[in-house]
Design a protein around this ligand. Structure first.
Ligand SMILES: NC(=O)c1ccc[n+]([C@@H]2O[C@H](COP(=O)([O-])OP(=O)(O)OC[C@H]3O[C@@H](n4cnc5c(N)ncnc54)[C@H](OP(=O)(O)O)[C@@H]3O)[C@@H](O)[C@H]2O)c1
Length: 336
């Protein structure tokens, strides 16, 4: 964007995740929060007062359309419910806004293609919000793999679980088709991480789930087949102790990253070992991946850079999630 050093943001929805993203927009040097809108009377004001009380000049709106019509807003952060992402992303794009869409970008391939077509038509950037990829701890993991110490990557294990708090029950009071359950909520991370470390897409998936009375998966576990004996195991649950970690096993050793999708500022720990008997634990600098995500997106828009997360990545992730859910529902292995 010519002659602009700060991206002007609007937030579309008084969602709970604003607890993380709103302070990130407010504190980033290349971002400025202009407005927040909710469809519920007073909810936007409440969220602003809770997560950025010092921001007294932010516009508070009870109509999201009004935010989209505001010419002083360049980009929109979209944290509405999973099943609403497509409709509102397209509305924002049609108003010429760049959009950072919370994960999962959409619930099926066709919807992602519609968002992509709109972004191309209106010449804006739209990106799925996988904040975790911006954490520098994964660069440390990358370096270890590139150094050859663990050999060729053969297995990736991703585990994301926590006991569901009563305040968060809305995540599992709607069925899978409506975007509810663990696979659509925390599963996108697990699948994305497996795809990231294999740097390719799986050929098939087999998974199992426990559904609740609303038809939402409260626990889902499975295996992605990458061919030639390479597998990714994923385990997600709202009824287990907290884990937020991945493990990469190669032909010569393994790497474990222990605090992956957690709250920002957790002290990251990466450990690795080899068959030859080496054992190392690296305590890395804390970093806030939400801040880094906002800085990256703002930089891409302001300086015409390519976003780190592409539409083809979003589509491949979605395809894998949909196949995993089909497998859980039918009990069959599903080709991807
Ligand atoms: N990146 C991350 O770390 C992270 C973490 C959590 C969630 N997420 C993602 O972010 C998105 C939002 O998740 P969330 O858990 O923050 O959702 P949420 O609080 O349920 O908010 C989703 C939408 O529902 C409406 N809403 C909020 N509270 C409501 C209430 N009490 N009654 C009726 N409607 C209400 C809001 O729209 P209005 O204000 O317009 O009513 C809001 O935009 C999801 O796509 C999720 O997957 C990402």
């Amino acid at each position: 964007m010519k002659n602009q050093s700060v991206l002007r943001w609007g937030i579309l929805g008084a969602a709970r995740v604003n607890e993380r993203l709103m302070p990130a927009i407010v504190s980033s040097d290349n971002a400025k929060l202009i407005a927040i809108a909710s469809r519920r009377q007073g909810a936007a004001a409440e969220v602003l007062a809770k997560y950025a009380p010092q921001e007294t000049d932010v516009l508070v709106l009870d109509d999201p359309e009004q935010l989209l019509n505001n010419p002083d807003i360049d980009a929109v952060y979209l944290p509405m419910a999973n099943e609403e992402h497509t409709e509102w992303a397209i509305k924002a794009i049609e108003q010429g806004k760049h959009v950072l869409i919370e994960k999962p970008m959409a619930l099926n391939l066709e919807e992602i293609e519609a968002i992509e077509a709109a972004a191309i038509k209106y010449k804006v950037i739209a990106m799925e919000g996988f904040m975790y990829v911006f954490h520098p701890q994964h660069d440390a993991v990358h370096k270890l793999i590139d150094s050859g110490v663990i050999g060729e990557v053969r297995t990736v294990k991703t585990c994301f679980s926590f006991p569901m708090k009563p305040a968060r029950l809305y995540r599992i009071t709607r069925g899978i088709e409506q975007g509810g359950g663990a696979m659509w909520d925390i599963g996108p991370y697990a699948v994305h991480t497996a795809r990231k470390w294999f740097d390719s897409d799986p050929v098939s998936v087999i998974s199992m789930a426990k559904l609740n009375e609303h038809g939402a998966d409260v626990s889902l576990s499975g295996v992605l087949d990458y061919g030639d004996g390479k597998f990714a195991h994923f385990d997600m649950s709202f009824e287990r102790a907290r884990r937020s970690e991945y493990e990469i096993i190669g032909t010569l050793g393994g790497i474990k990253c222990e605090t992956v999708w957690n709250n920002p500022n957790d002290a990251p720990v990466v450990s690795w070992w080899t068959d030859a008997g080496e054992r190392h634990t690296m305590q890395l600098e804390a970093a806030n991946h939400f801040d880094l995500e906002i800085e990256h997106f703002s930089d891409c828009v302001l300086n015409g850079k390519t976003p780190a997360l592409s539409f083809s990545d979003a589509k491949a992730n979605c395809k894998t999630i949909v196949a995993a859910l089909e497998s859980a529902s039918t009990g069959n292995k599903v080709e991807i």
